[in-house]
Design a protein around this ligand. Sequence first.
Ligand code: C2E
Ligand code: MG
Ligand code: MG
Ligand code: MG
Length: 272
Amino acid sequence: KAKEAGRNTVQFFDPKMQVAVSSKATLIHDLYNAIQQRQFTLFYQKQIDQHGRVVGVEALLRWFHPEKGMISPAQFIPLTEETGLIVPIGDWILQQACETLVNWAKQPVTKNLSVAVNISVVQFSKDNFVQKVINSLRSSGANPQLLKLEITESLLANNIPDVKAKMRELQQCGVTFSIDDFGTGYSSLSYLKQLPINQLKIDQSFVRDIINSSNDKAIAQAIITLASSMDLQVIAEGVETEDQRALLKSMGCNTYQGYLFGKPCRLEELKL
Ligand code: C2E
Ligand code: MG
Ligand code: MG
Ligand code: MG
C-alpha cells in the first residue's frame, strides 16, 4: 500500500516550503505598512562598565505585528534589506535614537549616556547616508559624541574608499563607530588601521561558552589584546552570567552587555 502511494504521489515541493515562501511574501507586504501603522518600537539594552555603572545603551528594533505578535529582527531585518525598506526604517530609528539622546540630555543621571544604533550595509551604502545622520542630529539637537554607529565587518568587504570617506566625515562631526559581531566576518584586519573605529564588540558566540571553551577564550583574549594595543574600546555582548563577566574582566574587558544586566526593553522600562 505504501509502495502504491509512493508511486502515485509525485511531490513537486515540500508543503512546509510553500508555507515558508508565502509567509515571506506576506511579511514583506506587511512591512510596507509597518511604519505608518506604528508597529515598530525601539527597545534599548544597557551597557555596563567594570563598576556596574550604565555607560550607554544599544537600540534594538522590535516589530509588533498585529496578528503574528512580536517578530524577531533576525527574521525581518533581512527582508527590509532585500526590499530597501531598511532605508526609511533606518531613518526612523536614527530619529528615535536622537530624540532619546535629547530627552536624556535634560537629566543629570542620563545626560552622558551614549546610544548605539545598528546600521545595515544597505543603509550605509546609500549616497546620502552621511547627510541623513547629520540631519537627524541637527534637527533634533542631539550631541553627536553620544551617537555610536554599530557597523559590521561585511560593510568593509567592498569599496573601502567610500566607507572610509563616509566614516571620516561622520567622525569629524563627533559620531563614533563600533564594529559589531567582531571576529565573525570575513574581512581582513587591515581595515582597523585605516578607519576611524572607536570600539570592538566581542560577538556573543565567543562569550557563550567562554568558561568551558579554551578556543573561545583564546579568541576573546586576542580581541581584547588587539583592542587595547590599538587604543580601541572593547565591549563583550551576550554576557549572561557573573562567571562570564568576572572572567572577561580578568582578561581586560571592562564593558559588558547582556541579559545579566538586563534584556532589551522599552525606554520607559529601562532602569538606569
Ligand atoms: P546585534 O546588533 O548583534 O544585537 C545583539 C543581539 O543579542 C540582540 O538580538 C539582543 O537582544 C541579543 N542579546 C543581548 N544580550 C543577550 C544575552 O545575554 N544572551 C543572548 N542570547 N542574546 C542577547 P536582537 O534584538 O534579536 O537583534 C538581532 C540582530 O538584528 C542584531 O544583532 C542586529 O544585527 C539586528 N538588528 C536589531 N535591531 C536593529 C536595528 O535597529 N537596525 C538594524 N539594521 N539591525 C538591527
Ligand atoms: Mg548591535
Ligand atoms: Mg552584535
Ligand atoms: Mg549579533
